[in-house]
Design a protein around this ligand. Structure first.
Ligand SMILES: O=C(O)C/C=C\CC(=O)C(=O)O
Length: 279
């Protein structure tokens, strides 16, 4: 299933994409795409529904993030070799984790708005894992049981806030609109995450072009590893890291400018588009 949330910001309804690519309204079936509604049992029940009988959403409706009630976004840094190299940093021996505020989440086509004082806006296309069952201390071999599905995440950054103001990376990663998610949450029965082309264009120019097969730590390893340090709860998102080609990696760096357009894609997970604004 390709699950979505549609409607005005903070007033979205749950939906599902039908065989013709149209959005069907799931709000008569579930309250929203959050918490226990993402469990394997709930998703099995949704799969059994004849979705073609559900009401159609308006064709031009806004898409919000495809999951809500997210309590944490756990991010993995330097998880592609070429990205670690462009940052002139060593390949991590263990997953390098940092947090992104859940309040940074926005819809896949919403504008990215850099806060006052921003100068070094940057992009990072990433494979997102959405947790479907509470996971504490799980083994790699059973990690897939705890995953509801996958989505695209843009791990938007302000590099000066991240790297030039002391402390941890979260300062440059957590402003409102810094985590466009979606367009779809694709359930695990429809997609395998191991070898998916992943790319980002800026104003039509290809900046990032890779494949999830180049992840240093793969999906099962990450779920297992993170669950040993914290409980992963339903709706939590893991952003698995970005490949080479971020603005910071160019000489000189190519940071975002007002009006820039970003297009992010991962095969099977759809396409995101954002316009960049600065406050
Ligand atoms: O240069 C550094 O110290 C790190 C820069 C970027 C890494 C990053 O943000 C990531 O998500 O990976």
């Amino acid at each position: 299933m390709k699950l979505v949330r549609f409607g005005l910001e903070n007033n979205e309804r749950p939906g599902v994409v039908d065989s013709k690519g149209k959005i069907r309204d799931l709000s008569s079936v579930i309250s929203d795409l959050e918490g226990d509604n993402l469990s394997p049992e709930s998703l099995e029940k949704l799969k059994a529904i004849d979705i073609e009988k559900l009401a159609l959403a308006p064709s031009d409706v806004r898409l919000g993030p495809p999951v809500t009630g997210v309590r944490k976004i756990v991010c993995v840094g330097l998880n592609y070799r070429d990205h670690a190299e462009e940052c002139k940093l060593d390949i991590p021996e263990e997953p390098l984790l940092f947090m992104k505020a859940a309040s940074s989440i926005s819809g896949p086509f919403d504008d990215i708005v850099f806060p006052k004082g921003s100068e070094k806006g940057d992009w990072e296309v990433e494979l997102g894992i959405v947790i479907g069952s509470k996971a504490t201390n799980v083994e790699e071999c059973s990690a897939d049981k705890y995953i509801a599905g996958y989505c695209i995440v843009n791990d938007v950054c302000e590099r000066a806030f991240q790297l030039e103001h002391g402390g941890q990376w979260c300062k440059g990663k957590s402003a409102d609109t810094f985590a466009p998610i979606g367009p779809w949450l694709v359930t695990t029965d429809e997609i395998k995450p191991d070898s998916l082309p992943i790319a980002l264009n800026r104003n039509g120019e290809r900046m990032q072009d890779s494949n999830t097969k180049h992840l240093i730590f793969n999906v099962a390893q990450l779920v297992s590893y993170i669950s040993k340090y914290m409980t992963l709860e339903t709706g939590d998102i893991i952003a698995t890291g970005t490949p080479g080609g971020v603005g910071l990696g160019y000489i000189p760096p190519k940071y975002l400018k007002p009006g820039d357009e970003l297009e992010l894609s991962i095969s099977g997970l759809g396409v995101q588009r954002q316009v960049v604004r600065f406050n």
